[in-house]
Design a protein. Sequence first.
Length: 662
Amino acid sequence: MLIKNIKAKNFKTYLNLDLDISVDPEKPIILIGGESGGGKTTFFEAIYGALYGLKINSERQFRELLNAGAGPDQEQKIVLELKFSGKVLNQEQDYVLTRTYILNPNNQPVESVRLNMNGTIFTYGTATPTNQRIEQEAQVNKIIKANLPQELSRYFLFDAMEAGNLLKEDQLNRVIKENIENVMGFNKYLQMAKASEALHNQYTAQRLQVENERQEYLQLLESKRSMEAQLENIEFDLQNALQYSVANKELYDNLKSGLNQETTIKSKIEQTQGQIENTLKKESLYKTEIESFVKEIELNVVVPKLLEAIKSEVNLILKAKEEQLKQDHININPEQVEAISASILDYLKSNHLILKDISLEELVNAVMAEGSVDGKEDPYAFLDFSDVKALEQLMEIKSANVFPRLHQQQLELNIALDQVPVWENQIETLKAQISGRDYNLLKSYEDNESKIKRLQADIEDLKGEIKKVDKKLHQFDIQISQEPDPRYETLGKLKGFFEDVANQLLKVKKQQLELKMKQDLNRLIPVYENQINRVELSENLSNLTFKVFHNHGNEIYLNQLNTASKQVVVQVLLKALHEFGDYDPPVMIDTVMGVLSEESRTRVLEYYFPELSHQTILLSSDAEIRKGADWDKIEPFVSKAFTLKRDRERQLTEIVSGYFTK
């Protein structure tokens, strides 16, 4: 399979992508550069979506995938088109696969598919009549599957970072087994073996002459299925127990040796004690504040409430007294005027300052007549000066009710105080861990080790029981009718036949895979450069194992490799499978360097990418394949190079020729 051109209209960041990605046979690499968020992953998704279709189930999903730059004046549809060539029955064919997505009048997403195979058109869509759609869709899917089945796409269209994630924990052999079974085409024979066994068992049950024998046979079959399901669950538990053992082995060894990180534990103790002290301080402060609140409850609660109730009346009193004071300043008491006037009159007479005789009565009457003003009777005359001052001070009191704040403190404090016993228990537990006195983790780890042994024993016992049931099942063959039945006899042989076919195919390709992987691992893993003596694959798919051996003869345990080396192992495996597998698709890699070290990067550029496939599409940032030394290493093998440039204002990605050209 060779991809020649990709078109994407209104798809995510691409408004109108039309890119020729065909390659020169001597230059198999298409290099596409782009910054983070520039559209590399979307380019990857466009090719994948064109091959296998987009999952659009609602108007919202359609709008999310529609390019934001596609304005309302433009046709609201998403189009993905892939031109590619591939061999079907050893004949080269050219294909144009187009998938179109729009919203119908009810705003429901609909899909239409069109495949042009050298002029022969296959087409179907959401509105196509059922029978016609089934027929056309089957033809299209058959052509796609012949070139690259969707279930195998993850082995050839992948993210290098995810390749490393496949190898977490103890999963490497499982990943390798899945890759070999699927890509090499062995899995179909194993599936046929299982199908033939199931058919043989069913046919055996049908051929039993006596009903009780038939029931017993069916019961044995059910018992076998139950034990196989139980075996699967126990193997799952064993896998979890093994992962726990691997994760805690180092800490267990440290605890066994007395190196249980006392500094960390003491720090944790101090931190927890600090939490307790802070809580107790808050409790003490709360008690002080609540006592103060109770002592001054009149001022804090009663006075504000009283003041609120009498505020209006007091203001009326103060205003009336203020007006009375002003009037009192104007109105003069006659006795006071008489006393003052007598003093003044004596002074004037003694100093001969009076030109005309005037009596005291005349002077008092004159003064009173001059200063008298009509006034009203003071209704609050019973209040003296100190009473008025007290009322004024009362109105000036500024107090706030602190009870809501204290109540909130109480709620928070209650929660914290409930935690104090828990923290104290934690401190005691942590103290017990200091200087190797923590037997909890030791006991948990040792219990887990015992569990592993018990589960392994249970697995062996169950396998033994399953063998016994199998033996009983085979005994029923003798009791079946003695008349020859070629169909039944053939069914009985098919399971072993298909398993033998798969194992024979593995033997045929085993040496090629081992030699190719050995060569590539010696070149691509710096720490074991030219130190790998052999790669060893088992010859039985039912118990497929993969091992690597050093020149000194010892096994290099794959789980002990660092993440970068594990990534290399998977990529080397994919390369070997691509070379010797049943399919010949292009390889497309996003985040091309994954977690590789500097030295591994150089080797991958020189030896891996140029030899990986007849067409290799690399999606890279300038921090992965860098301008300069990296580019110089890979340039002789690059047919075309492009750079994705994001137009933030127009919300779309444009493509220019050249790798990170300006």
